[in-house]
Design a protein around this ligand. Structure first.
Ligand SMILES: Cc1cc2nc3c(=O)[nH]c(=O)nc-3n(C[C@H](O)[C@H](O)[C@H](O)COP(=O)(O)OP(=O)(O)OC[C@H]3O[C@@H](n4cnc5c(N)ncnc54)[C@H](O)[C@@H]3O)c2cc1C
Length: 541
């Protein structure tokens, strides 16, 4: 499964006939690969870019209970998504963390006190929220004490309810590693360009190996496209006259230093135009999001515009009037594209977040819509269909109890951090670093520490040793091919620890080049790519 065994994976991809070929290595494709492999199917998953390189590294990074769907009266969805977040938390407590979220309510706002408490009570009930996590209402004075910088004019009070914070790209990686552990052959930098048909049915996909530089044929009894915003593009490769199924909308997030924007709670509040937005602390950073605007630009690399940034800063300044935030305070940002289902005449916020599956006469199954939070149930729907087609009967989905890669139980997390800190201090890991690693790699952190021990003599510089140990792990077990894979999606540092990226990206590029035996030209290209991403994260035109 490792990047080092890329050649072996390619050999397998070329020689086997898989039960299922999955296109797309975002959370949806990863979930499908895990579900199918755990039911005993042979699975190949091909990702054109890096895993989670599309929408699945660009979300608000919440495992939502679906509170916003109440407004659209999608009660079935509230129930399904709300219950699902408890399942995902149970499967990966190291990646999915409960946080108390403050929802302030103002007299002139779009949420009233009674409608908010009613909505949250319905939500707690529908979503089966645990007793200790049910919402509580606080009066205006209490709310002002809880969050001192908050606007107090017309404040009626506020509710504190529980949300679950995650890292979308890490969750995708944990699901993929679990799928790989269950036998799926998953590979990044494999661009699916065409299909092969036999008797008018799809029998294989043609994929361009963007690392090795050759086209390969991957044969499969069934093909599922989980290509997110590119689902329509894949459908058009299969049939030029396919209709439009998706409506893309863009959402952006801004990252600020916590010392510049001090808040005690994550906040979910009214922007002032009827929309809601989040302000979420993460370590010594705070991120703000999101926008929701119709999008027809390039899906590959959506940009945060000056209008996007101004909109979110204005919302934050309105809610926290003493902050006076400006574009200069933004230290990073990201933009993502939502692959929503097309509905004539609806505004972005009105478009449903439900998912849908389509099948063409030649057998291409596509899935789109949905949320990060619903990945497991979406995968179940798809794999139920796939199993029925392949075997003529249903089979039992196992993913509700399949703990994800790196799993550490909620009760053991702090004990693990303390133990590892004791073991790892000799090779230079600080307590903070161990915390970061455990909430990134879970139980796998032990392998990184072991790696650092093996480098103890050879690499005297402590910081370089830790970097090298983590990179070696990521190259071997997480398909890392370049510094962008590492700093953007495996660690999120480009968003949340820009200083560290600036300090480490050149040595990291050297280490990766050596580990993967890369040509200088390739390394230069990778460096230029990351430098462009660093610059884009703080440029707003
Ligand atoms: C701003 C924003 C905020 C959001 N916030 C939340 C949130 O807080 N909580 C939540 O639950 N959901 C949230 N979502 C929704 C969630 O992020 C998406 O529903 C989810 O990530 C979609 O995953 P996906 O796998 O379907 O698509 P993607 O992650 O885009 O994956 C599709 C993959 O297919 C690959 N691909 C495309 N074409 C090809 C090809 N030809 N060959 C090979 N591979 C190909 C792409 O490279 C891509 O990696 C948010 C979305 C946005 C945009």
């Amino acid at each position: 499964m490792s990047a080092n065994s890329r050649e072996q994976s390619i050999e397998k991809l070329e020689s086997e006939v898989f039960d299922l070929v999955v296109i797309g290595g975002g959370i949806t494709g990863a979930g499908i690969a895990l579900d199918a492999a755990s039911r005993g199917l042979s699975v190949a998953l091909l990702e054109k870019y890096d895993f989670a390189g599309g929408t699945s590294s660009r979300s608000t990074k919440l495992i939502h209970g679906g509170l916003r769907y109440l407004k659209q009266l999608e009660l079935g969805l509230v129930r399904k998504v709300g219950r699902e977040r408890a399942v995902i938390h149970r499967l990966a407590p190291h990646l999915v963390r409960p946080v108390p979220m403050l929802l302030p309510v103002y007299r002139n706002g779009s949420l009233g006190r009674w409608s908010t408490t009613l909505a949250l009570s319905v939500y707690d009930r529908l979503a089966g929220v645990k007793k200790q996590e049910r919402f509580k209402w606080y009066g205006p004075k209490e709310v002002a004490n809880m969050e001192p910088g908050l606007l107090t004019d017309e404040l009626q009070g506020g509710a504190v309810y529980t949300e679950y914070r995650t890292d979308d790209a890490r969750l995708t990686m944990a699901v993929l590693k679990s799928a790989s552990g269950a036998g799926a052959v998953c590979l990044n930098y494999m661009l699916v360009k065409d299909f092969v048909r036999e008797n008018n049915r799809l029998s294989a996909v043609l994929a361009d190996d963007l690392i090795g530089g050759k086209m390969i044929t991957v044969r499969g009894k069934l093909v599922v496209s989980a290509a997110g915003p590119w689902v329509d593009e894949i459908r058009r490769i299969e049939n030029k006259s396919s209709d439009k199924k998706l409506q893309l909308t863009k959402g952006v997030h801004l990252v600020l230093k916590a010392e510049r924007f001090q808040i005690n709670y994550p906040v979910y509040a009214d922007v002032g135009d009827g929309r809601m937005f989040f302000i979420i602390p993460r370590g010594n950073r705070v991120y703000i999001g999101t926008t929701d605007t119709l999008y027809a630009g390039p899906t590959e690399n959506p940009q945060v515009t000056k209008d996007d940034a101004d909109y979110l800063l204005a919302a934050a300044n309105r809610l926290f009037p003493k902050q006076h935030l400006s574009v200069k305070d933004i230290i990073s940002s990201w933009a993502g594209v939502r692959p929503l289902l097309f509905e004539e005449g609806k505004s972005p916020s009105e478009l449903s977040r439900r998912d849908e599956i389509w099948e063409t006469s030649s057998g291409l199954i596509s899935i789109a819509g949905g949320k990060l939070t619903g990945y497991r149930t979406m995968a179940k729907e798809v794999v139920d269909k796939v199993m029925f087609k392949l075997t003529g009967s249903k089979s039992v989905c196992k993913t509700e109890s399949l703990l994800l890669d790196g799993y550490v139980s909620e009760q053991e997390l702090e004990a693990l951090i303390t133990r590892l800190k004791g073991e790892a201090s000799q090779v230079g890991f600080s307590h903070e670093e161990i915390r970061r690693l455990v909430f990134t790699y879970g139980s796998e952190t032990e392998l990184i520490i072991e790696q650092a021990y093996t480098l103890h003599q050879e690499v005297k510089d402590q910081e370089k040793r830790i970097l090298q140990a983590e990179l070696m792990y990521c190259v071997q077990f997480e398909w890392v091919r370049n510094i962008s894979d590492f700093f953007i999606r495996r660690t999120g540092m480009l968003y949340f620890d820009r200083q560290r990226v600036l300090k480490q990206y050149l040595p990291a590029a050297e280490i990766i080049a050596e580990l993967l035996d890369q040509q200088d030209g390739q390394t230069r290209e990778d460096i230029a790519f990351l430098e462009a991403a660093l610059s884009q994260a703080v440029t707003f035109n």
